[in-house]
Design a protein around this ligand. Structure first.
Ligand code: DX5
Ligand code: ZN
Length: 231
C-alpha cells in the first residue's frame, strides 16, 4: 500500500502475552509461517505495573525454538539489574521504561554493551518530549497506546498525536530509529498508527483472535515510509 509516495512496509511484532502458553512452540511456528517479523516479550514485575508475566527462563526456551527477532519489553522497576540476564537469554532488542529509572542513559549504555539494540518506552501520561534527549543513542522508541500491564485493552486515540510528535522528532536525526506502538492494535488502529508514523506494530490479542493469522498480518501492512530491514 502507498503512503506519501513510499511503499516500505511496517513491521509486526507479535505479543505472546495472551497467547496459548501451554502450546507456545506451536504458537511461535504459526507466527513464523504467518509472516510476523518479531516476537514481543512482555516482562512485568507486579511493581512497575499491576501484573506479573514471565522472565528469562521462558525467553531462553523460546529463543532456542525460533530465529524470529526477540523484542523484549521490560515493565519492571530496576531494568539495569536485568539487562545482562535478558541479553544472555536471547533478547535482540531490550526496551525499558523511561519512567522506571533515574538514569536512562546508563540503561541504554548497558543494553548496547550487552550486544542488544536499545529501546526506550513512554507511558500514555509521559509527553513525547521526554524521549528527545535519547534520540542520538536509542534504536527504538516505544509509544504505549494503552496503560502498560494488560493485553486486550482499547487503543487510546489521544496517543496518535504523540506518535506524530515522536516521528517528527526522529525525522530530525540522520540515523535509524524505529518507532513502535503497543496496545490495542487491530486492523483499524494499525492504519491510524502507521499513518501517524509508527513503523513497528505490537499486536497481541487481535492477532490471536483471528482465524487466519497470515491474512491478519498482511492486513496490517500499511507502511510508514520509515520502515527498515532488521538484522
Ligand atoms: C501491555 C503489553 C502489550 C500487550 C498488547 O502492557 O505491553 O504488549 O501484550 O496486547 P494487545 O495487543 O492485546 O493490546
Ligand atoms: Zn509490550
Amino acid at each position: 500500500m502507498l503512503y506519501g509516495g513510499v511503499n516500505l512496509e511496517n513491521l509486526i511484532s507479535a505479543s505472546i502475552l495472551n497467547a496459548d502458553l501451554l502450546h507456545l512452540e506451536d504458537v511461535i511456528h504459526k507466527l513464523e509461517t504467518a509472516g510476523a517479523d518479531m516476537l514481543h516479550f512482555d516482562v512485568m514485575d507486579g511493581v512497575f505495573v499491576n501484573n506479573i508475566s514471565f522472565g528469562m527462563p521462558l525467553l531462553k526456551a523460546m529463543a532456542g525454538a525460533t530465529h524470529l527477532f526477540k523484542d523484549v519489553h521490560l515493565m519492571i522497576t530496576d531494568p539495569l539489574k536485568y539487562v545482562d540476564a535478558f541479553a544472555q537469554a536471547g533478547a535482540d532488542l531490550i526496551t525499558f521504561h523511561y519512567e522506571s529509572v533515574s538514569d536512562p542513559f546508563a540503561v541504554v549504555e548497558a543494553i548496547h554493551a550487552a550486544g542488544c539494540k536499545a529501546g526506550i518506552s513512554i507511558k500514555p501520561s509521559t509527553p513525547a518530549e521526554a524521549v528527545i534527549p535519547f534520540l542520538d543513542k536509542v534504536d527504538l522508541v516505544l509509544v504505549m497506546t494503552v496503560e502498560p500491564g494488560f493485553g486486550g485493552q482499547g487503543y487510546i486515540h489521544e496517543m496518535t498525536e504523540k506518535i506524530e510528535a515522536v516521528r517528527r522528532a526522529i525525522s530530525g536525526w540522520d540515523r535509524d530509529i524505529m518507532l513502535e506502538v503497543d496496545g490495542g492494535i487491530n486492523g483499524e488502529t494499525a492504519e491510524i498508527a502507521c499513518k501517524a508514523g509508527a513503523d513497528v506494530l505490537v499486536v497481541g490479542s487481535y492477532l490471536f483472535s483471528q482465524e487466519d493469522m497470515t491474512a491478519a498480518i498482511a492486513g496490517m501492512r500499511f507502511g510508514s515510509g520509515e520502515a527498515e530491514e532488521i538484522e
